[in-house]
Design a binder for this molecule. Structure first.
Ligand code: DAH
Length: 345
């Protein structure tokens, strides 16, 4: 029996040291030391031995078992280390590989312009407000000194929903809303960016477009304030060298009224195809708030004066970014939109 044990020991040591991986090692552990393992089988036959032999064989089996256990433990450590090394080798990170980029969305050029304008006016103490796109005739026209039947209503072809409701044709509607909402009739300084709608169907106009409105009401507001404000506005947006030109015009809600041209930023005023050789581009409507408008919306024209302006954001964005066709703004073509990611603003 001693020889049998020695034989088992010899075989197992040989096999164990040849084990190539943890699975094989585990199988060998079962083969020799498991419940039905070879060494365990030997222990089970101990009963057939004489009393003298039993302790000798017993302690021999125990010794071999301890030796094998130790061997297995060491081998296990060794194999684990080898596996780890292989894994590390395989999973080596090549830090020189280019990183995989996350695709980000792009800001629409219109939103870029709106955000820039908002930042500028907020820095000058203005609030940014909005109003409903489905507007009443009262706020869109009547409270702006445009009673029903007024010929100037023809300046804007409107989408009427009912006789009282329409899609607002101008952000000017929010002027009246802000004045009416201000119950204490305190000074006002707001801009209103937003969507507007008109029944236009030619190539350079869209039935839906965007405007930004400005309204300031306070004591002693003069035309000089309007000129200074629009100068800052246009120079910040289109470049420091931009010149402004005020042409007398007519709007029912302002008196006096102006159309404001900016010097062509493409040719600097020399004349080119963009400005149709005039050197100027018409960009804003503006004026001093009509006393009737102040009165109709609860402000005392003897105490307060104000100025207002409005401009089309689509045209502004087109000029600023050199976009030649307005329809690009509404097509949501990702190739078009991502171009603006490279720009600062
Ligand atoms: N609402 C005018 C338009 O859509 C633009 C405008 C003109 C706005 C003069 C104003 C203003 O605030 O004072 O054509």
């Amino acid at each position: 029996m001693k020889e049998q044990i020695e034989q088992i020991k010899e075989n197992s040591i040989k096999e164990l040291s040849n084990a190539k991986d943890l699975k094989e090692l585990n199988d060998l552990k079962v083969k020799y030391l498991g419940k039905k393992g070879e060494l365990t089988q030997v222990l089970k036959t101990m009963g057939t031995l004489s009393t003298e032999e039993r302790p000798i064989i017993g302690s021999l089996v125990n010794k071999v078992r301890d030796e094998l256990n130790e061997l297995i433990e060491n081998k296990e450590k060794q194999l684990k280390q080898i596996e780890l090394n292989q894994k590390l080798e395989k999973e080596k990170i090549d830090v020189t590989l280019p990183a995989s980029k996350n695709k980000r969305g792009s800001k629409h050029p219109l939103n870029r312009v709106i955000e820039e304008i908002e930042d500028l006016f907020v820095s000058m103490g203005y609030d940014v407000v909005d109003g409903p796109e489905l507007e009443t005739d009262e706020y869109c026209f009547e409270r702006l000194n445009l009673p029903k039947g007024h010929p100037a209503r023809d300046m804007q072809d409107s989408f009427y929903i009912t006789t009282e409701y329409l899609l607002r044709t101008q952000t000017s509607a929010v002027q009246a809303r802000v004045m009416m909402a201000n119950k204490e009739k305190t000074p006002i300084r707001v801009i209103v960016p937003g969507k507007t709608y008109r029944r236009e169907d030619d190539a350079t106009h869209s039935h839906q477009f965007n405007q930004v409105e400005g309204l300031v009401i306070d004591e002693n507001i003069t035309l000089a304030h309007l000129k200074g404000t629009l100068e800052v506005f246009m120079r910040k947006l289109l470049g420091e060298n931009t010149q402004l030109r005020f042409r007398p015009s007519y709007f029912p809600f302002t008196e006096p009224s102006y159309e404001v041209d900016v010097s062509c930023f493409k040719c600097g005023g020399k004349g080119c195809n963009l400005c149709k050789q005039t050197g100027w581009i018409e960009l804003l409507g503006a004026g001093m708030v009509h006393p009737n408008v102040l009165k109709m919306n609860g402000y005392d024209p003897e105490k307060y004066t104000g100025f207002a302006f409005g401009t089309g954001l689509d045209r502004l964005a087109m000029f600023k970014y050199g976009i030649t066709d307005m329809r690009y703004l509404y097509r949501n073509d990702v190739r078009f939109l991502t171009q603006f990611d490279q720009m600062d603003t």
